[in-house]
Design a protein around this ligand. Structure first.
Ligand code: GDP
Ligand code: IMO
Ligand code: MG
Length: 423
């Protein structure tokens, strides 16, 4: 039995959802432990496309248990809508396959308004957030003025706490020149969501520990990626949670010694959505991938910025996460290229760096040192085994894993379940 933490090793959108869905076949439970509906995880199951935001990607497989743990921030209206959307696609979502932590903090409409307002006032210095209210919601959690799922399902208590918070936030919003919230309107919307969600809410820590006791296999589904981590990412151009492996422990109440493996998911190239430094960004690669209809955001639809694989970034991600294994996705995106570049070091002035600098302005000044690899110029979509991949593609994939200091476990050559090769 192995409990696996799956993390994004780059800037998010590495294909985590696809790999989680694939691995769920042999797992018993899938747990989200951080982030909120800023995440967008795309899964194709039996030809149908699903984009999951708050519900773990394991939900698409019958008989698997999904848990939204304490470290997640939940927009109850959004999660209720996501459940309804899945049911509309004939996916069963009941308290028998979804449990939501009573400790998880809520995203409220003032968080979204503040997120929008702060972004607008930052102007050119904006982060490029998803405007889902994630930063302000985690901010309230840390400031100890958050409201939690356990409060939401107690109508009188929720109304009392909400009244205080709406009053304070309306004053802040007014000072910032933003719109005002109507307490009654917010209360009505959230009470409706509370009724829909109440049957799902409970103590997820006890549930997970009972599952561990029973020898069940747990998959921790990371959201975002290592460089969006609030501590280790390209601050301040990050999200507001710990997206790295440790976040799975604090965000779920499962202790470190019960975790067996850390699997890092990485694209065969790099993408980033939103603002912030991106040393290997390359306009030609962006145009090429967008021209193939690829790399548009699953949550906001924004075109993702694209560039060459950054081994400096994934080497450091390997360190922070303790990555044992890697899954390389979107290898097929490079199928037609004659030459492929990989950034193996940064030049910062006269210095050569093997790991990213902590200072964002310095990272923005880093110039990649590239190593070139010959392209395989052969379609890989149909490959069913590692040996069936072109030799040059095999070499490239093995190199990326080696650069990242982890064992190559999975290579993905298309968005569908069947296009997944276990090495
Ligand atoms: P996540 O947020 O990490 O789950 O990733 P997203 O779903 O936001 O973005 C990954 C995109 O790549 C989605 O559109 C997936 O369907 C797609 N995808 C994942 N793996 C592969 C692959 O190996 N090849 C191709 N062509 N697409 C892939
Ligand atoms: P998944 O789980 C890619 C980015 C935003 C912005 C920054 C802060 O699909 O990989 P936020 O709304 O969190 O305050 O935005 O983080 N971001 C993501 N980028 N994938 C994601 O999730 C992301 N979630 C947030 O674009 O740059
Ligand atoms: Mg995504």
């Amino acid at each position: 039995m192995a409990n696996t933490i799956l993390v994004g090793a780059q800037w998010g959108d590495e294909g985590k959802g696809k790999i989680i869905d694939f691995l769920t076949e042999t797992a018993d439970l899938v747990v989200r432990s951080q982030g909120g509906n800023n995440a967008g995880h795309t899964v194709y199951a039996a030809g149908t496309k699903y984009v999951l935001h708050l519900i773990p990607s394991g939900i698409l497989r019958a008989g698997k248990m999904c848990v939204i743990a304490n470290g997640v921030v939940i927009d109850p209206v959004a999660v209720a809508a996501e459940i309804a959307g899945l049911r509309g696609k004939k996916i069963k979502v009941t308290p028998r396959n979804l449990l939501i932590s009573d400790r998880a903090h809520l995203v409220l409409p003032y968080h979204r308004l503040l997120d929008e307002q702060r972004e607008a006032s930052r102007g050119k210095g904006r982060i490029g957030t998803t405007k889902r209210g994630i930063g302000p919601a985690y901010g309230d959690k840390a400031a100890r003025v958050g409201i939690r799922m356990g409060d939401l399902i107690q109508p009188a208590l929720f109304a009392e706490k909400l009244a205080v918070r709406v009053k304070e936030n309306n004053a802040v919003l007014k000072a910032l020149g933003a719109g005002q919230l109507k307490f009654k309107r917010v209360l009505a919307d959230y009470q409706a969501a509370a009724e829909a969600l109440a049957p799902f809410v409970g103590n997820t820590v006890v549930y997970l520990h009972e599952a561990l006791q029973a020898g069940k296999e747990i998959l921790f589904e990371g959201a975002q990626g290592t460089y969006l981590d609030i501590d280790h990412g390209t601050y301040p151009y990050v999200t507001s949670s710990n997206t790295t492996a440790g976040g799975a422990c604090t965000g779920s109440g499962v202790p470190p010694h019960r975790m067996d493996t850390v699997l890092g998911v990485m694209k065969a190239y790099t993408t980033r959505v939103g603002e912030g430094a991106f040393p290997t960004e390359n306009a030609a690669i962006s145009d090429f991938l967008h021209g193939l209809g690829r790399e548009f955001g699953a949550t906001t639809g924004r075109a993702r910025r694209c560039g060459w694989f950054d081994a400096v970034a994934t080497r450091y991600a390997g360190m922070i996460n303790g990555m044992d294994e890697v899954a390389i996705t979107n290898l097929d995106g490079l199928d037609t290229l004659e030459t492929i570049r990989v950034c193996v070091a940064y030049k910062l002035g006269r210095k050569t760096l093997q790991v990213p600098p902590g200072d964002h302005a310095q990272l923005a000044d880093c110039v990649p040192v590239y190593q070139e690899f010959p392209g395989w110029q052969t379609p890989t979509h149909e490959a069913k085994s590692f040996a069936a991949l072109p030799k040059k593609a095999q070499t490239y994939a093995r190199q990326l894993a080696e650069f990242s200091g982890a064992r190559l476990r999975i290579v993905s050559v298309g968005p569908h379940r069947e296009q997944t090769i276990v090495v």
